[in-house]
Design a protein around this ligand. Sequence first.
Ligand SMILES: CC(C)(COP(=O)(O)OP(=O)(O)OC[C@H]1O[C@@H](n2cnc3c(N)ncnc32)[C@H](O)[C@@H]1OP(=O)(O)O)[C@@H](O)C(=O)NCCC(=O)NCCS
Length: 449
Amino acid sequence: MNDIMSFEFNAFENYVTDSNECVRFKLVTCIDDLIEDFDDTKVLGHKQDGESKKLVSSSCRIAPFKPDMTYQFFGENENIFGYKDLTVKVYYSCAQLNIYLCLKYADRLTKQQTDGIEPDDVLKIIASKYETKVCYNLNEFSANLSKEQSFMPYGELMEEFEIETKPTDDHQQAQKRHFCLFKANNSVPGFVAYHERMQTFLMWFIEGASYIEIDDDHWDFFVLYEKLPFIGSQSSKPLLKEYQYCFVGYSTVYRYYAYPQNVRPRISQFLILPSFQRIGLGSKLLASIYTNYNNKSIVDITVEDPSDDFQRMRDIYDCKLSIQLNWYKTLAPNTVWSNEMAREAQMKFKLNPKQTRRVFEILKLKLTNRNDPEQYRQYRMGIKQRLNAPYKKQINDIERLRQRKAISETNYTLLMKTNQIPREYRIKNLNKQYEEIESEYLQIIEKLG
Ligand SMILES: CC(C)(COP(=O)(O)OP(=O)(O)OC[C@H]1O[C@@H](n2cnc3c(N)ncnc32)[C@H](O)[C@@H]1OP(=O)(O)O)[C@@H](O)C(=O)NCCC(=O)NCCS
């Protein structure tokens, strides 16, 4: 799109599509999930194979979903040029994660119509980012679906559990769903290639995501699946087992070294696909990661650049955990933060001190009566002092350098000039920061009940 700045844009308004809206993901469990796609190929006049004619109508088992972002593929404007009524199909077989890409559109501009400007080569753009094999032929993709039923996840089974999902409308019933979590690493045969397919989801759902190289054996992988009751299809062979695996999401954890002989695991990527979000699976995955690393050699667990949604989920879970700590029993609106609190949470649950401080502030706000002016003022002061501490330290350090005559008067004046922030501006800024923090904390408190 950037190339066509001078272009007579309005003439082709209908040929510019919001890429966040037109990309559609599907986790394909069996050939029945592809019925509408075979119908599309018929409408578009493509050749249709014999098998597809046999298909009976049924809806998709896993609800299709859209990406959260597309700028890594289609640029900052997140749109696609050159097609009318465009749908970009990005399909994955639900267990093996074989990928199928296809475009559906009502019309495509030609170079003659646009003075030589080509429509975006959407499939090429996606495939070039994928760094793994993709398929463009529906028959080829569907032919491989029979292998989905025999798929066994890589690595070792860590846990199996059930989740009872609530009905979302009057016609639905509560449903018991079965999930399992596997742990793998790069020494598991076939897993490196599987990971290449898993990580193709990242750029669509995580801000600033990039791929990781997993030739380093400090990486651990936690992969979550739903065990779907097998319903088969007209074209399926007799079955060996009564369920099939469906990929739900995964997390990578890097085991960093910590002096002298310890480990500091860091959660790097963490993804639950949209069709499975908000039913507690992210919290469950986080809980299993905590359990996995709860041993003597672990200092604490950190998270690399957490998204807002992840931080919300983590705050809720960590608050629930911390309610079991000794310091929580005596927590009151006038309790002040101490490193002892951090140590207890670190020992017991491997929470890192920065996160424990956050949890402390949330739980303390929960106990604070915001209608009591003095109590509320004390609370706000506590937070603002924490926010202001790095600034205060910086200024004190400069003062100390001057006292020790470690810097000249000229350098001192220069340092103060560049580092000192006018009081009025600082207060305004602190108030703003406080308001943002309080609103985040109140959301968590609402969830804690
Ligand atoms: C963040 C993410 C992992 C959460 O997974 P999840 O399975 O939906 O999490 P849970 O169901 O355990 O949610 C627990 C609570 O966290 C909060 N939460 C989670 N996602 C939220 C969202 N999008 N908006 C608001 N609150 C959210 C909710 O309070 C939720 O409880 P509720 O559903 O009862 O309100 C998932 O949304 C995701 O993968 N997002 C895209 C990628 C991403 O941001 N990854 C993290 C990178 S560090």
